[in-house]
Design a protein around this ligand. Structure first.
Ligand SMILES: Nc1ncnc2c1ncn2[C@@H]1O[C@H](COP(=O)(O)OP(=O)(O)OP(=O)(O)O)[C@@H](O)[C@H]1O
Length: 532
């Protein structure tokens, strides 16, 4: 094993005393304070030149997922870009005077420079200017004052790059697919235009739907949406199991519904919900939602959202070619917004690979780092529910406040695991990929990939639980002999985000990656019955 695994947890000695201080830090530090710390976010982007109004590049791409997806044809009916009264139109005006034309070109130039500064790359015609600041929400779009007040209360002083561009795009009634690094504020980028467009709560049926791949993420997004809507009588509902099974939405006022695809599909089957008035549909973590297991559910939701002027958007930190291809084919006029480079990890995360030799080696390395130094909160990812439980059983008596979360737990246990970790009651959370996407735990210092991730996207999302909103984070990935063929794939992500990778790893062949989940020896050091 590599010497000194514990150096990876740069920081404090792991003893009871230290626990007390840090525990207080997690518990007592108010969210607003934390957010204030996070405002360095905007200066981090490196510019990469790209022409401003770019025709869709003709690229050789991989074949799209086979099989037709009926509901997606619905996209085609509503993809005409809306005319925006309040927005500059870049199209050449035949009758325009040369003075007006000159001003238009100047504006295009100013926008191009501004986008370059914030590493914003766009494709599409007539893309609205990015936001210079949040007050433009009211000067350009007539944003209600309570919304600006809520932004200020949350400590959001400046829009992040994705917010600067995606908000005007969606407010202009344009469909959009957006890719921006983990922790870069995508949630607000799709919530804000919805709340602005809806203005007030109404009893006319559901107007906005946000789909998230997991219940935990749906619950978090609901909470964020409510925070932003504070002071206005919006009905923002999380689709719970009970609501999906028995609620009659014709009698249940709801403006914005946040759900997993499965629960919404269940409710649609019961025929107690209508999505025909939905004006905004967001597919968050869209590449995950487009995986084969969820595609049918997504399809039935898309079909049910039959309003011809609906605005659909796709958001994720990873946008594989097949998703982009699918999105392009069904939303031909959509604006594409990419922040930085596609499919890269956040640059504020220090990433390391550690050879652990064997399963036993991993456990020794983990224990060693716990006893020598630990900088909680720490998230540990493993490849299966069984292994999550095993690792939990192994370290729960190690004088560490540890929790576990995976899909085999009851809903209440999952909720408690998340709440305990958020509040600082637990310091280490062992998890499967169920919380790898979208979860925003404030101040996670380290992510440990105890088991090698099964794809480059999984890696990017897992480690993206730290280093959020401009903070720094540390990601450690254990590997064994079984994982070596896939090292290069992770190494590429690491080097693309500026981390050093040993040259022998960069010299390895890139393996074609099919979900890498090798059979691994049990983590348990004692037979199951001997574990208390
Ligand atoms: N304008 C802003 N200024 C400061 N902080 C912000 C701003 N917008 C969002 N944040 C904060 O940044 C953090 C990350 O935001 P968010 O969860 O939306 O990231 P994300 O891009 O969706 O990440 P992921 O890809 O992991 O889902 C949150 O804590 C959020 O409150």
């Amino acid at each position: 094993m590599e010497r000194g695994t514990s150096f990876l947890f740069s920081g404090t000695k792991f003893d009871e005393k230290k626990f007390a201080t840090d525990f207080a830090r997690f518990k007592d530090k108010k969210e607003a304070d934390l957010l204030e710390d996070e405002l360095g976010l905007l200066d981090s982007g490196k510019s990469e030149p790209e022409p401003e109004i770019v025709a869709v590049k003709k690229r050789k791409r991989k074949a799209i997922v086979s099989g037709t997806v009926e509901g997606f044809s619905v996209f085609k009916t509503s993809s005409k870009p809306a005319t925006v009264a309040n927005e500059q139109n870049y199209q050449d005006d035949e009758n325009g005077t040369s003075k007006e034309k000159k001003e238009l070109y100047r504006q295009i130039e100013r926008d191009a420079l501004f986008r370059k500064k914030y590493n914003i790359h766009i494709s599409g015609i007539n893309v609205p200017s990015p936001l210079k600041n949040f007050s433009e929400l009211s000067s350009r779009y007539g944003c209600e004052s309570h919304l600006l007040h809520n932004l200020a209360e949350l400590g959001f002083e400046e829009p992040t790059p994705i917010q600067r561009q995606a908000i005007p795009v969606l407010l202009s009634g344009r469909q959009c697919f957006a890719c921006a690094p983990t922790g870069s504020g995508k949630t607000l980028a799709f919530i804000c235009p919805m709340l602005m467009k809806f203005k007030h709560g109404s009893t006319n049926g559901i107007r906005g739907v946000i789909l998230c791949p997991t219940r935990e993420l749906a619950a978090q997004t609901t909470r964020e949406c409510k925070k932003m809507a504070k002071g206005n009588a919006f009905r923002i509902k999380l689709m719970t199991k009970e609501l999906a099974r028995s609620a009659d939405f014709s009698k249940l006022p709801c403006d914005i519904l946040i759900s997993t695809p499965l629960r919404l599909q269940l409710a649609l089957r019961k025929k107690k919900i209508s999505l025909s008035r939905v004006e905004y549909l967001v597919l968050d973590e869209s590449d995950k939602l487009f995986e084969l297991g969820l595609l049918k559910q997504i399809d039935s939701v898309v079909k049910a959202c039959s309003n011809p002027s609906i605005v659909r958007s796709l958001f994720s930190a990873t946008l594989p070619d097949f998703v982009e291809e699918l999105a392009r084919s069904v939303m031909p006029d959509a604006v594409r917004v990419i922040i930085g480079r596609k499919n890269t990890a956040s640059e504020s995360i220090k990433q390391k690979l550690v050879f652990a030799g064997s399963e036993e080696g991993k456990l020794i390395a983990l224990r060693q780092s716990f006893t020598e130094s630990l900088n909680p909160p720490v998230l540990i990812f493993v490849q299966s529910k069984e292994r999550a439980q095993e690792l939990y059983e192994e370290i729960k008596f190690d004088n560490i406040r540890v929790g576990v979360i995976h899909a085999d737990l009851y809903q209440i246990q999952r909720e408690n695991a998340v709440d305990d970790f958020r509040s600082g009651k637990t310091w280490v959370l062992i998890a499967t990929d169920v919380i790898a996407r979208g979860m925003d735990f404030k101040g996670v210092n380290s992510v440990i990939n105890y088991d090698f991730p099964d794809s480059a996207a999984a890696y990017i999302h897992r480690i993206g639980r730290c280093g959020r909103a401009g903070r720094i984070g540390e990601a450690i990935t254990f590997y064994t002999e079984d994982d070596i063929p896939y090292l290069r794939n992770i190494a590429n992500v690491m080097s693309a985000s500026g981390c050093e990778v040993p040259s022998w790893i960069m010299a390895l062949h890139k393996q074609k990656w099919k979900k890498h989940r090798p059979r691994r020896d049990s983590i348990l050091t004692k037979p199951k019955n001997d574990q208390e």
